[in-house]
Design a protein around this ligand. Structure first.
Ligand code: PRP
Ligand code: URA
Length: 220
């Protein structure tokens, strides 16, 4: 994957260690959920490094000092279902954030996203949106979600995932060149349409980690 100015692939050792455990087919759902939570927090730390702050003075037991406070209202936007596991840890880091769920599933045959849940209010209530979804595969779900948020009026949107395929990065960054993409890895490719009964379904990230929703919720 050639460097795209808006794609940030974390090389942090903690993230890479945890990503490797996530990929392991023997990692059970409870551990898998813990790892999704932890990797999401670490990636969100990196993704929020450029948030705006305002000065705020605070009095310590010894003196008054000029400090900072977050200036912008943040919206966490998990894509159901798999994005749900990324919310809680990030929310602990920024308890003032709002959480707006978007429900999309990927149609097995067309691989296109199908929307089934959206309760966004009429006007935007946040300045920065972090779209959360562990897997950026064809990029259809992420691009559709960013489109929904832009139509809502969101000004600044970042995508925080765990693993991306080159195809997904291309689709998301061509549809929305203004969106920064934060991931732990960019993998090799997507699976092609199956040519025999033992083949995996089409559109999975290779090597990836399998189905992120099923592995979190024990439904695989
Ligand atoms: C997975 C994943 C993304 C989407 C990625 O969700 O969590 O939302 O697929 O694929 P794309 O980049 O090709 O659109 P899925 O549709 O399996 O639903 P789930 O999270 O409810 O399991
Ligand atoms: N969705 C997943 O959960 N995993 C993939 O590899 C692709 C889409």
């Amino acid at each position: 994957m050639d460097a795209h100015p808006r794609v940030h692939v974390s090389g942090h050792p903690l993230i890479q260690h945890k990503l490797t455990l996530l990929r392991d087919v023997n990692t059970e759902p409870k551990k898998f959920r813990e790892l999704v939570r932890e990797v999401a927090m670490l990636l969100a730390y990196e993704a929020t490094a450029d948030l705006a702050v305002s000065p705020r003075s605070v009095t310590t037991p010894l003196a008054t000092v000029e400090g900072s406070q977050l200036r912008e209202k943040i919206g966490l936007v998990p894509i159901l279902r798999a994005g749900l596991g990324m919310v809680e840890g990030i929310w602990d880091l920024m308890p003032g954030a709002e959480v707006w769920h978007i429900g999309l599933y990927r149609d097995d045959k067309t691989l296109k996203p199908v929307q089934y849940y959206n309760k966004l209010p009429v006007t935007p209530t946040v300045q920065v949106c972090l779209v959360l979804d562990p897997m950026l595969a064809t990029g259809g779900s992420a691009a559709a979600t960013v489109g929904i948020l832009k139509e809502w009026g969101a000004q600044r949107i970042k995508f925080v995932g765990i693993i991306a395929a080159p195809e997904g990065i291309k689709v998301l960054s061509e549809a929305h060149p203004d969106v920064d993409i934060y991931v732990a890895a960019v993998d090799k490719r997507l699976t092609p349409p199956p040519s025999g009964p033992g083949d995996p379904p089409e559109g999975y990230i290779v090597p990836g980690l399998g189905d992120a929703g099923d592995r979190q919720f024990g439904t695989g």
